[in-house]
Design a protein. Structure first.
Length: 190
């Protein structure tokens, strides 16, 4: 009788793969190449990749969080959009998240957004740095109310927070007077 129980237990353990590891499952939803922003370069790589991959949580993680830095995120819109969209005047991090969530919802699931950042210059201070990038955005949206292409220049003030991560605390957008600006895109989607 004991032998029959032992043999039964052995067969159960061997047949059900109880002690074997299984392949990990992909997480639900989209993924991005988000890395800990321990350098300004990684921060801006994260900004572009989270934008292009449409990952809202990773996109908003590029901006200052009051839990880790005693500064509120501030956005200064391009002059051409500021007059047309008064809501841009008091733009905050929740507004940034709402705009990006709206943008993501306007692009088909199988389409990527396109953000290209072209480095212009940087100025480093004791507690912060200012990076200036020229940008080009392709929205790939079928919505005729959303510009398909935006371009301009953005001046980002960045700081190191308590986690030793670089984050964007201030963002000034500047129109190139050729195409719609990033500010215009935000205003249209808010």
């Amino acid at each position: 009788m004991k032998y029959l129980i032992y043999i039964s237990l052995i067969l159960v353990f061997v047949s059900c793969d109880l002690f074997t590891s299984r392949d990990s499952e992909d997480p639900a939803g989209l993924r991005s190449n988000f890395n800990s922003p321990t350098t300004p370069e990684i921060l801006f790589e994260n900004l572009a990749s989270s934008f292009n991959d449409k990952v809202i949580e990773n996109y908003t993680a590029n901006f200052t969080d009051s839990m880790y830095l005693a500064k509120n995120f501030r956005f200064i819109p391009a002059a051409d959009a500021a007059g047309e969209f008064p809501q841009l005047a008091d733009w905050s991090l929740p507004d940034e998240k709402q705009y990006f969530t709206q943008l993501v919802s306007k692009v088909a699931a199988n389409q990527k957004l396109g953000l290209k950042l072209f480095f212009n210059e940087k100025t480093v201070y004791v507690d912060s740095a200012v990076y200036i990038y020229r940008y080009e955005i392709s929205t790939n949206s079928d919505d005729e109310n959303i510009p398909s292409f935006c371009s301009g220049t953005s001046q980002f003030t960045i700081n190191v927070d308590r986690r030793n991560f670089w984050v964007i605390s201030k963002w000034q957008d500047i129109s190139d007077n050729k195409n719609r600006s990033w500010s215009y895109l935000k205003g249209k989607l808010y």
